[in-house]
Design a protein around this ligand. Structure first.
Ligand SMILES: NC(=O)C1=CN([C@@H]2O[C@H](COP(=O)(O)OP(=O)(O)OC[C@H]3O[C@@H](n4cnc5c(N)ncnc54)[C@H](OP(=O)(O)O)[C@@H]3O)[C@@H](O)[C@H]2O)C=CC1
Ligand SMILES: CC(=O)N[C@@H](CCC(=O)OP(=O)(O)O)C(=O)O
Length: 310
């Protein structure tokens, strides 16, 4: 029998992208809720309890409610794309490339928390350097990022795309999260293996999908005479043999005039760069991804596939 998959929130931004990725797959049976019934709690509960894997593409509160709806049913496994469970030790963190044993953990888990889009970029840079002993645990990490506006879901999409919207945003690029209390900070700290919360400055650009995450570092404050080369080597070693995450060659990075936020839009890939000049005091670590690809829906399908194999 084919495994049954239910996407709770399938008519939202992340849910729709997961559905697109599942189109044409004959190895799974997709359970579906009509759009008009998407908030029908009884129907959702029935579908959640009929699934082998339920993928939650809901706001945090609704995701917690959905988990409660299947708490007595050991047959249902959950992938939650919300922020609700990402630092909960009872949940496997769904970033398969973060450690060698992570795919196995995801494959065997009942509950998988899909990572946030910005944290995927930041943890992708920070964790390998912590594990290699290059980045001190208490380094004052800053994370600067720009996201495509689909990161804000249906509401921000409507504000950006519809000039008649009462809260229309005409700006081509804006900063937000100005009180520095963004919901992604705990996740970056825990899975980035940091003792101090990183200072996170997000922004949104007038493009639908794409993301750049930057972590600039002072070499003199790193361990073991770190250099452009040793940082690149640590990242390249960590991701050796991976097909989704690529560490861009130092020479190729050095020849680039710019990094384009939308280069990986509509893909599930992620590229890591190490920028700077040999012998100079700074490096800038950069991740390029699609906020809805490796940053959300692509990772959710990757995790589902691991769980179905596991
Ligand atoms: N967009 C992105 O780039 C990313 C999003 N995520 C996460 O994915 C989750 C979904 O976000 P996103 O797809 O962007 O959001 P959207 O607003 O685009 O979609 C959310 C969907 O959930 C439905 N919904 C909301 N509340 C309930 C409820 N109580 N019961 C049933 N359905 C409900 C909405 O219906 P309605 O239309 O009626 O509101 C909508 O269809 C969030 O937790 C978000 O943090 C994670 C990574 C990246
Ligand atoms: C542009 C924008 O608004 N982005 C969202 C993050 C995307 C999202 O909701 O992601 P998670 O589920 O990973 O938390 C925000 O800053 O809240």
């Amino acid at each position: 029998m084919k495994p049954k998959i239910f996407i709770d929130g399938e008519h939202g931004t992340t849910g729709l992208q997961i559905r697109t990725r599942m189109a044409g797959r004959s190895d799974v049976e997709l359970l579906s809720i009509p759009e008009a019934e998407r908030r029908n709690a009884q129907l959702r509960e029935d579908l959640l309890n009929s699934a082998d894997v339920a993928i939650l593409c809901l706001p945090d509160d609704a995701a917690k409610e959905a988990v409660a709806m299947v708490s007595g049913n050991n047959q249902v496994r959950i992938i939650d794309t919300s922020t609700a469970h990402r630092v909960n030790p009872d949940w496997a963190y769904g970033f398969a490339e973060m450690d060698r044993e992570q795919p196995k953990k995801i494959a065997g888990a009942r509950y998988v928390a899909n990572p946030g889009c910005y944290p995927t970029g930041a943890i992708g840079l920070l964790r390998p350097l912590r594990l290699a002993g290059i980045l001190p645990e208490d380094y004052p990490v800053t994370v600067n990022a720009v996201s495509g506006y689909t990161g804000g879901g249906k509401q921000l999409i409507a504000q950006m795309e519809n000039a008649d919207h009462p809260e229309h945003v005409a700006s081509p690029h804006f900063l937000y999260g100005l009180p520095l209390k963004h919901k992604h900070v705990p996740e970056m700290q825990v899975h980035g293996l940091l003792s101090r919360a990183p200072l996170f400055a997000p922004s949104v650009g007038k493009f639908a999908q794409g993301m750049i995450v930057q972590v600039p570092l002072y070499l003199a404050d790193l361990n073991g005479h770190a250099s452009l080369g040793s940082i690149h080597e640590a990242l390249a070693d960590h991701y050796a043999g991976q097909d989704i995450v690529e560490v861009v060659d130092l020479k190729e990075s050095a020849a680039l005039p710019r990094v384009d936020a939308v280069e990986l839009a509509d893909t599930d890939r992620m590229k890591l760069y190490v920028f700077g000049t040999a012998g100079a005091p700074h490096v800038n670590l950069v991740t390029l991804l699609d906020n809805l690809g490796k940053g959300a829906s692509g990772a959710a399908v990757q995790n589902m596939d691991l769980m179905l194999k596991g």
